[in-house]
Design a protein around this ligand. Structure first.
Ligand SMILES: NC(=O)c1ccc[n+]([C@@H]2O[C@H](COP(=O)([O-])OP(=O)(O)OC[C@H]3O[C@@H](n4cnc5c(N)ncnc54)[C@H](O)[C@@H]3O)[C@@H](O)[C@H]2O)c1
Ligand SMILES: [Zn+2]
Length: 362
Protein backbone atom coordinates (compact mmCIF):
# COMPACT_ATOMS: atom_id res chain seq x y z
CA UNK A 1 0.00 0.00 0.00
CA UNK A 2 1.15 3.53 -0.68
CA UNK A 3 -0.10 6.61 1.11
CA UNK A 4 -0.35 9.96 -0.63
CA UNK A 5 -0.97 12.96 1.58
CA UNK A 6 -3.11 15.91 0.54
CA UNK A 7 -1.84 18.89 2.53
CA UNK A 8 -4.65 21.35 3.16
CA UNK A 9 -3.95 22.43 6.76
CA UNK A 10 -6.83 21.35 9.02
CA UNK A 11 -8.53 19.72 6.04
CA UNK A 12 -5.54 17.48 5.18
CA UNK A 13 -6.19 13.82 4.46
CA UNK A 14 -4.59 10.66 3.20
CA UNK A 15 -5.17 8.69 0.05
CA UNK A 16 -4.45 5.01 0.60
CA UNK A 17 -3.62 3.42 -2.76
CA UNK A 18 -3.57 -0.37 -2.85
CA UNK A 19 -5.43 -0.70 0.44
CA UNK A 20 -7.48 -3.72 1.47
CA UNK A 21 -11.27 -3.35 1.96
CA UNK A 22 -11.06 -5.88 4.79
CA UNK A 23 -8.98 -3.36 6.75
CA UNK A 24 -11.16 -0.32 6.07
CA UNK A 25 -12.74 -0.49 9.54
CA UNK A 26 -9.44 -0.20 11.35
CA UNK A 27 -8.23 2.55 9.01
CA UNK A 28 -11.41 4.51 9.82
CA UNK A 29 -11.13 3.89 13.56
CA UNK A 30 -7.84 5.74 13.46
CA UNK A 31 -9.62 8.89 12.21
CA UNK A 32 -11.61 9.43 15.41
CA UNK A 33 -14.98 9.73 13.67
CA UNK A 34 -18.40 9.21 15.27
CA UNK A 35 -19.89 5.73 15.46
CA UNK A 36 -22.51 6.00 12.71
CA UNK A 37 -21.67 5.40 9.08
CA UNK A 38 -24.02 5.70 6.10
CA UNK A 39 -22.66 3.80 3.12
CA UNK A 40 -23.88 5.12 -0.24
CA UNK A 41 -23.51 2.72 -3.15
CA UNK A 42 -25.36 1.28 -6.15
CA UNK A 43 -26.65 -2.27 -6.73
CA UNK A 44 -23.77 -3.27 -9.02
CA UNK A 45 -20.96 -2.14 -6.76
CA UNK A 46 -22.89 -3.15 -3.66
CA UNK A 47 -23.25 -6.69 -4.96
CA UNK A 48 -19.48 -7.10 -4.97
CA UNK A 49 -18.23 -4.88 -2.22
CA UNK A 50 -20.95 -4.07 0.29
CA UNK A 51 -20.48 -7.33 2.25
CA UNK A 52 -16.72 -6.94 2.92
CA UNK A 53 -17.07 -3.22 3.66
CA UNK A 54 -19.97 -3.70 6.08
CA UNK A 55 -18.20 -6.56 7.78
CA UNK A 56 -14.98 -4.64 8.23
CA UNK A 57 -16.77 -1.57 9.62
CA UNK A 58 -18.92 -3.60 12.00
CA UNK A 59 -15.88 -5.48 13.23
CA UNK A 60 -14.30 -2.15 14.07
CA UNK A 61 -17.37 -1.23 16.17
CA UNK A 62 -19.21 1.12 13.81
CA UNK A 63 -22.99 1.19 13.40
CA UNK A 64 -23.48 0.74 9.68
CA UNK A 65 -26.41 1.86 7.49
CA UNK A 66 -26.79 1.92 3.75
CA UNK A 67 -28.50 3.87 0.97
CA UNK A 68 -28.55 2.11 -2.40
CA UNK A 69 -28.99 4.45 -5.38
CA UNK A 70 -29.80 3.06 -8.84
CA UNK A 71 -26.82 2.85 -11.20
CA UNK A 72 -26.27 5.66 -13.69
CA UNK A 73 -25.30 9.27 -14.24
CA UNK A 74 -28.94 10.41 -14.19
CA UNK A 75 -29.17 9.41 -10.54
CA UNK A 76 -26.50 11.98 -9.65
CA UNK A 77 -29.49 14.14 -8.83
CA UNK A 78 -31.14 16.24 -6.16
CA UNK A 79 -33.71 13.49 -5.71
CA UNK A 80 -31.00 10.96 -4.90
CA UNK A 81 -29.40 13.41 -2.49
CA UNK A 82 -32.81 13.79 -0.81
CA UNK A 83 -32.98 10.01 -0.41
CA UNK A 84 -29.60 10.05 1.32
CA UNK A 85 -30.65 12.89 3.65
CA UNK A 86 -33.84 10.97 4.52
CA UNK A 87 -31.85 7.86 5.44
CA UNK A 88 -29.40 9.91 7.49
CA UNK A 89 -32.32 11.42 9.42
CA UNK A 90 -34.00 8.05 9.82
CA UNK A 91 -30.89 6.58 11.43
CA UNK A 92 -30.01 9.65 13.43
CA UNK A 93 -26.69 10.61 11.89
CA UNK A 94 -25.44 13.74 13.57
CA UNK A 95 -22.51 15.97 12.70
CA UNK A 96 -20.09 13.35 13.97
CA UNK A 97 -21.52 10.86 11.49
CA UNK A 98 -19.90 9.81 8.26
CA UNK A 99 -21.08 9.26 4.71
CA UNK A 100 -19.00 6.66 2.93
CA UNK A 101 -19.09 6.69 -0.87
CA UNK A 102 -18.59 3.18 -2.23
CA UNK A 103 -18.48 3.27 -6.01
CA UNK A 104 -17.34 5.19 -9.07
CA UNK A 105 -17.42 8.92 -9.73
CA UNK A 106 -21.22 9.11 -9.84
CA UNK A 107 -21.59 7.73 -6.33
CA UNK A 108 -18.55 9.69 -5.12
CA UNK A 109 -19.87 13.04 -6.39
CA UNK A 110 -23.41 12.40 -5.15
CA UNK A 111 -22.50 11.01 -1.72
CA UNK A 112 -19.89 13.73 -1.37
CA UNK A 113 -22.51 16.37 -2.14
CA UNK A 114 -24.86 14.88 0.44
CA UNK A 115 -22.04 14.86 3.02
CA UNK A 116 -21.15 18.47 2.22
CA UNK A 117 -24.71 19.67 2.69
CA UNK A 118 -26.39 17.46 5.31
CA UNK A 119 -26.39 19.46 8.55
CA UNK A 120 -23.98 21.88 6.81
CA UNK A 121 -21.44 19.13 6.43
CA UNK A 122 -20.69 15.76 7.98
CA UNK A 123 -17.64 13.52 7.53
CA UNK A 124 -16.97 12.02 4.13
CA UNK A 125 -14.89 8.98 3.24
CA UNK A 126 -14.33 8.01 -0.38
CA UNK A 127 -13.91 4.37 -1.35
CA UNK A 128 -13.50 4.63 -5.13
CA UNK A 129 -14.05 1.50 -7.22
CA UNK A 130 -13.47 2.69 -10.81
CA UNK A 131 -10.14 3.72 -12.28
CA UNK A 132 -11.54 7.17 -12.99
CA UNK A 133 -12.65 7.57 -9.39
CA UNK A 134 -9.34 6.27 -8.02
CA UNK A 135 -7.19 8.67 -10.04
CA UNK A 136 -9.49 11.63 -10.35
CA UNK A 137 -12.96 12.15 -8.91
CA UNK A 138 -12.34 10.92 -5.35
CA UNK A 139 -9.34 13.20 -4.92
CA UNK A 140 -9.49 16.96 -4.70
CA UNK A 141 -12.82 17.68 -3.10
CA UNK A 142 -15.12 18.58 -5.96
CA UNK A 143 -18.55 17.12 -5.21
CA UNK A 144 -21.85 17.76 -6.91
CA UNK A 145 -25.01 16.77 -8.67
CA UNK A 146 -26.52 17.37 -12.09
CA UNK A 147 -29.50 19.58 -12.85
CA UNK A 148 -31.93 18.61 -15.62
CA UNK A 149 -30.27 21.36 -17.69
CA UNK A 150 -26.64 20.76 -16.97
CA UNK A 151 -24.03 18.41 -15.60
CA UNK A 152 -22.36 19.20 -12.27
CA UNK A 153 -24.29 22.46 -12.00
CA UNK A 154 -24.72 22.33 -8.23
CA UNK A 155 -21.89 21.41 -5.93
CA UNK A 156 -19.21 22.29 -3.47
CA UNK A 157 -15.55 21.99 -2.66
CA UNK A 158 -15.60 19.53 0.19
CA UNK A 159 -12.62 17.43 1.20
CA UNK A 160 -12.97 13.85 2.44
CA UNK A 161 -11.37 12.58 5.67
CA UNK A 162 -9.86 9.65 3.80
CA UNK A 163 -9.67 8.19 0.31
CA UNK A 164 -9.30 4.44 0.45
CA UNK A 165 -8.64 2.70 -2.87
CA UNK A 166 -8.52 -1.08 -3.04
CA UNK A 167 -7.03 -1.87 -6.45
CA UNK A 168 -8.55 -5.35 -6.42
CA UNK A 169 -11.96 -3.76 -6.98
CA UNK A 170 -10.83 -2.96 -10.53
CA UNK A 171 -10.94 -6.68 -11.36
CA UNK A 172 -14.73 -6.57 -11.67
CA UNK A 173 -14.78 -3.29 -13.60
CA UNK A 174 -15.72 -3.72 -17.30
CA UNK A 175 -12.67 -3.07 -19.50
CA UNK A 176 -14.47 -0.26 -21.29
CA UNK A 177 -14.90 1.57 -17.99
CA UNK A 178 -11.23 0.97 -17.23
CA UNK A 179 -10.32 2.59 -20.56
CA UNK A 180 -12.35 5.69 -19.66
CA UNK A 181 -10.18 6.12 -16.58
CA UNK A 182 -7.07 5.70 -18.70
CA UNK A 183 -7.90 8.94 -20.51
CA UNK A 184 -7.43 10.87 -17.26
CA UNK A 185 -4.28 8.86 -16.47
CA UNK A 186 -2.76 9.82 -19.82
CA UNK A 187 -3.84 13.40 -19.17
CA UNK A 188 -1.67 13.54 -16.04
CA UNK A 189 1.35 12.47 -18.09
CA UNK A 190 0.88 15.28 -20.59
CA UNK A 191 0.12 18.04 -18.12
CA UNK A 192 2.66 17.24 -15.44
CA UNK A 193 4.96 14.27 -15.78
CA UNK A 194 7.06 13.24 -18.77
CA UNK A 195 8.31 10.10 -17.01
CA UNK A 196 4.74 8.96 -16.25
CA UNK A 197 3.92 9.35 -19.94
CA UNK A 198 6.99 7.34 -21.00
CA UNK A 199 6.19 4.71 -18.38
CA UNK A 200 2.65 4.41 -19.78
CA UNK A 201 4.03 4.02 -23.31
CA UNK A 202 6.11 1.09 -22.09
CA UNK A 203 3.61 -0.49 -19.73
CA UNK A 204 0.12 0.06 -21.20
CA UNK A 205 -0.23 -3.68 -21.89
CA UNK A 206 0.53 -4.63 -18.30
CA UNK A 207 -1.65 -1.84 -16.98
CA UNK A 208 -4.64 -3.10 -18.97
CA UNK A 209 -4.01 -6.59 -17.60
CA UNK A 210 -4.21 -5.08 -14.11
CA UNK A 211 -0.64 -5.97 -13.21
CA UNK A 212 -0.58 -5.04 -9.54
CA UNK A 213 2.81 -3.37 -9.41
CA UNK A 214 2.06 -1.27 -12.49
CA UNK A 215 -1.41 -0.30 -11.24
CA UNK A 216 -0.01 0.69 -7.88
CA UNK A 217 2.71 2.84 -9.42
CA UNK A 218 0.45 4.55 -11.93
CA UNK A 219 -2.53 5.20 -9.65
CA UNK A 220 -0.43 6.50 -6.78
CA UNK A 221 1.48 8.79 -9.15
CA UNK A 222 -1.78 10.18 -10.58
CA UNK A 223 -3.13 10.79 -7.06
CA UNK A 224 0.12 12.48 -6.07
CA UNK A 225 -0.10 14.80 -9.08
CA UNK A 226 -3.71 15.69 -8.39
CA UNK A 227 -2.92 16.15 -4.69
CA UNK A 228 -0.06 18.50 -5.52
CA UNK A 229 -2.13 20.58 -7.92
CA UNK A 230 -5.07 20.77 -5.50
CA UNK A 231 -2.79 21.69 -2.60
CA UNK A 232 -1.45 24.63 -4.57
CA UNK A 233 -4.86 25.76 -5.83
CA UNK A 234 -7.76 24.11 -4.01
CA UNK A 235 -10.57 26.19 -5.50
CA UNK A 236 -9.38 26.46 -9.08
CA UNK A 237 -8.26 30.06 -9.24
CA UNK A 238 -5.41 29.23 -11.63
CA UNK A 239 -3.14 26.13 -11.56
CA UNK A 240 -5.97 23.64 -10.99
CA UNK A 241 -7.31 24.55 -14.40
CA UNK A 242 -4.53 22.47 -15.99
CA UNK A 243 -6.53 19.41 -14.93
CA UNK A 244 -9.02 20.46 -17.60
CA UNK A 245 -6.63 19.53 -20.42
CA UNK A 246 -8.77 17.89 -23.10
CA UNK A 247 -11.97 18.97 -21.38
CA UNK A 248 -12.81 22.15 -23.35
CA UNK A 249 -13.53 20.22 -26.54
CA UNK A 250 -14.40 17.10 -24.51
CA UNK A 251 -17.26 18.71 -22.59
CA UNK A 252 -18.65 20.27 -25.77
CA UNK A 253 -18.58 16.87 -27.49
CA UNK A 254 -20.45 15.30 -24.59
CA UNK A 255 -22.94 18.17 -24.65
CA UNK A 256 -23.75 18.19 -28.36
CA UNK A 257 -24.30 14.44 -28.31
CA UNK A 258 -26.51 14.81 -25.20
CA UNK A 259 -24.21 12.56 -23.19
CA UNK A 260 -25.43 9.62 -25.28
CA UNK A 261 -22.57 8.92 -27.67
CA UNK A 262 -19.42 9.47 -25.67
CA UNK A 263 -18.52 8.52 -22.17
CA UNK A 264 -16.49 11.20 -20.43
CA UNK A 265 -13.13 9.45 -20.93
CA UNK A 266 -13.73 9.04 -24.66
CA UNK A 267 -14.71 12.68 -25.05
CA UNK A 268 -11.62 13.74 -23.10
CA UNK A 269 -9.43 11.54 -25.33
CA UNK A 270 -10.77 13.34 -28.39
CA UNK A 271 -10.47 16.67 -26.61
CA UNK A 272 -6.81 16.00 -25.84
CA UNK A 273 -6.15 15.14 -29.48
CA UNK A 274 -7.87 18.40 -30.47
CA UNK A 275 -5.96 20.47 -27.92
CA UNK A 276 -2.63 19.11 -29.14
CA UNK A 277 -3.61 19.93 -32.72
CA UNK A 278 -4.43 23.48 -31.65
CA UNK A 279 -1.05 23.71 -29.89
CA UNK A 280 0.60 22.47 -33.06
CA UNK A 281 -1.16 25.01 -35.22
CA UNK A 282 -0.08 27.79 -32.81
CA UNK A 283 3.45 26.39 -33.06
CA UNK A 284 3.64 25.66 -29.35
CA UNK A 285 4.64 22.02 -29.87
CA UNK A 286 6.12 19.88 -32.59
CA UNK A 287 4.12 17.11 -34.21
CA UNK A 288 5.80 14.28 -32.25
CA UNK A 289 3.61 15.12 -29.22
CA UNK A 290 0.40 14.48 -31.14
CA UNK A 291 1.81 11.31 -32.68
CA UNK A 292 2.79 9.90 -29.29
CA UNK A 293 -0.52 10.93 -27.69
CA UNK A 294 -2.61 9.31 -30.42
CA UNK A 295 -0.53 6.12 -30.28
CA UNK A 296 -0.92 5.87 -26.51
CA UNK A 297 -4.67 6.59 -26.58
CA UNK A 298 -5.12 3.93 -29.24
CA UNK A 299 -3.20 1.41 -27.13
CA UNK A 300 -5.47 2.31 -24.24
CA UNK A 301 -8.56 1.55 -26.35
CA UNK A 302 -9.68 5.17 -26.65
CA UNK A 303 -10.87 7.03 -29.77
CA UNK A 304 -8.66 9.54 -31.61
CA UNK A 305 -11.09 10.48 -34.37
CA UNK A 306 -14.78 11.40 -34.30
CA UNK A 307 -16.84 8.90 -36.22
CA UNK A 308 -20.43 8.88 -37.38
CA UNK A 309 -21.58 12.23 -36.13
CA UNK A 310 -22.10 15.45 -37.96
CA UNK A 311 -21.04 18.38 -35.86
CA UNK A 312 -22.84 21.68 -36.21
CA UNK A 313 -20.16 24.28 -35.49
CA UNK A 314 -22.69 26.80 -34.12
CA UNK A 315 -23.95 24.24 -31.65
CA UNK A 316 -20.47 23.12 -30.71
CA UNK A 317 -19.41 26.71 -30.06
CA UNK A 318 -22.46 27.29 -27.92
CA UNK A 319 -21.51 24.35 -25.72
CA UNK A 320 -17.90 25.52 -25.42
CA UNK A 321 -19.08 28.99 -24.45
CA UNK A 322 -21.47 27.66 -21.84
CA UNK A 323 -18.90 25.53 -20.08
CA UNK A 324 -18.58 26.43 -16.40
CA UNK A 325 -14.89 27.05 -16.99
CA UNK A 326 -15.45 29.90 -19.42
CA UNK A 327 -14.31 33.16 -17.84
CA UNK A 328 -15.57 36.52 -19.11
CA UNK A 329 -16.72 34.89 -22.32
CA UNK A 330 -13.24 33.63 -23.21
CA UNK A 331 -12.81 30.00 -24.17
CA UNK A 332 -9.92 28.64 -22.19
CA UNK A 333 -7.67 25.96 -23.58
CA UNK A 334 -5.01 24.00 -21.77
CA UNK A 335 -2.32 23.42 -24.39
CA UNK A 336 0.87 21.38 -24.18
CA UNK A 337 4.23 22.99 -24.77
CA UNK A 338 5.88 19.57 -24.43
CA UNK A 339 4.98 16.24 -22.85
CA UNK A 340 4.84 17.02 -19.13
CA UNK A 341 4.06 20.73 -19.37
CA UNK A 342 1.06 22.77 -20.42
CA UNK A 343 -0.04 26.38 -20.48
CA UNK A 344 -3.41 28.05 -20.36
CA UNK A 345 -4.35 30.03 -23.44
CA UNK A 346 -7.59 31.96 -23.78
CA UNK A 347 -6.81 33.68 -27.06
CA UNK A 348 -7.08 30.83 -29.54
CA UNK A 349 -8.70 32.34 -32.66
CA UNK A 350 -12.13 30.85 -33.33
CA UNK A 351 -11.30 29.88 -36.96
CA UNK A 352 -8.46 27.70 -35.65
CA UNK A 353 -10.73 25.95 -33.16
CA UNK A 354 -13.32 25.42 -35.89
CA UNK A 355 -10.75 24.02 -38.31
CA UNK A 356 -9.35 21.59 -35.71
CA UNK A 357 -12.75 20.38 -34.54
CA UNK A 358 -13.58 19.71 -38.18
CA UNK A 359 -10.31 17.87 -38.66
CA UNK A 360 -11.13 15.49 -35.78
CA UNK A 361 -13.98 13.98 -37.79
CA UNK A 362 -13.45 11.15 -40.20
N1 LIG B 1 -15.45 15.30 -8.64
C1 LIG B 1 -14.55 15.31 -9.59
O1 LIG B 1 -13.49 15.94 -9.48
C2 LIG B 1 -14.81 14.51 -10.82
C3 LIG B 1 -13.78 14.31 -11.75
C4 LIG B 1 -14.05 13.51 -12.86
C5 LIG B 1 -15.31 12.95 -13.04
N2 LIG B 1 -16.28 13.18 -12.11
C6 LIG B 1 -17.62 12.56 -12.25
O2 LIG B 1 -17.46 11.16 -12.18
C7 LIG B 1 -18.55 10.53 -12.87
C8 LIG B 1 -18.04 9.40 -13.71
O3 LIG B 1 -17.43 8.44 -12.86
P1 LIG B 1 -17.12 6.95 -13.34
O4 LIG B 1 -16.46 6.99 -14.66
O5 LIG B 1 -16.45 6.28 -12.21
O6 LIG B 1 -18.58 6.37 -13.64
P2 LIG B 1 -19.64 5.56 -12.74
O7 LIG B 1 -19.58 5.97 -11.34
O8 LIG B 1 -20.93 5.67 -13.46
O9 LIG B 1 -19.12 4.06 -12.87
C9 LIG B 1 -19.09 3.44 -14.12
C10 LIG B 1 -19.83 2.10 -14.11
O10 LIG B 1 -19.03 1.13 -13.43
C11 LIG B 1 -19.77 0.50 -12.39
N3 LIG B 1 -18.79 0.14 -11.37
C12 LIG B 1 -18.17 0.96 -10.51
N4 LIG B 1 -17.23 0.28 -9.83
C13 LIG B 1 -17.26 -0.99 -10.28
C14 LIG B 1 -16.51 -2.14 -9.97
N5 LIG B 1 -15.48 -2.12 -9.14
N6 LIG B 1 -16.84 -3.31 -10.59
C15 LIG B 1 -17.86 -3.33 -11.51
N7 LIG B 1 -18.57 -2.26 -11.86
C16 LIG B 1 -18.27 -1.10 -11.25
C17 LIG B 1 -20.80 1.52 -12.01
O11 LIG B 1 -21.89 0.91 -11.38
C18 LIG B 1 -21.15 2.12 -13.37
O12 LIG B 1 -22.06 1.29 -14.05
C19 LIG B 1 -19.26 11.63 -13.65
O13 LIG B 1 -20.45 11.95 -13.01
C20 LIG B 1 -18.28 12.81 -13.58
O14 LIG B 1 -18.94 14.05 -13.61
C21 LIG B 1 -16.06 13.94 -11.03
ZN1 LIG C 1 -12.36 14.43 -16.67
Amino acid sequence: MKTVKVNLKERSYKIAVGADLAKLGSAMSALGLGKKIMIVTNPKVGHWYLPPVEQSLKKAGFSVYCTVIPDGERYKSQESANNIYAKCLQYGLDRGGTILALGGGVIGDLAGFAAATFMRGINLVQVPTTLLAQVDSSVGGKVGINLPDGKNMVGAFYQPKLVYADLKTLRTLPSKEFAHGLAEVIKYGIIYDTSLFTYLEKNMGKLKKLDEAVLQKVISRCCAIKAEVVTLDEKEHNLRAILNFGHTIGHALEGITRYQKYKHGEAVALGMVGAVKIAESLELVDSSVGDRLRALLTKAGLPVVIKNIKISWANFLRFMQHDKKVLAGKIRFVLPVRIGQVKIVDTVPLPIIKEIVKSLSK
